[in-house]
Design a protein around this ligand. Sequence first.
Ligand SMILES: [Zn+2]
Length: 133
Amino acid sequence: MLTGGCHCGAVRYEAAGVPDHATICHCTDCRRVSGAPALAWFTVARKDFRLARGTLRTYASSPEAERGFYGACGTALTFTGQEAPGEIDVTAASLDDPSAAPPADHVWTASRVPWDIPGDGLPQHPRSRGEEG
Ligand SMILES: [Zn+2]
């Protein structure tokens, strides 16, 4: 069981199952909503994710996507998209133990901030995984 939460502790979540699609996303939306050059994510089935405490506010960062965060401290926590209705993405760095969901690659590096240079040797995809070019 993976556990994590927001900075102030009002929101706590639990994610069962095996984290999938762990990645570092350099897309413009992740950058702008977080104020950080990139966001690390992992994916679990929606049925395997639950809030143990608190409630999320949501924000539609695009017509197809909704991001969940805690309204008081602002921590970015979740991403859900119409492309994968059965899945939820969770910010890996909000885990109590972020090493439990290490990234496998980088996505949307076409939008990467020039000074944010991955030095981890992981594969880099200009757009989403499997959508090259
Ligand atoms: Zn992104």
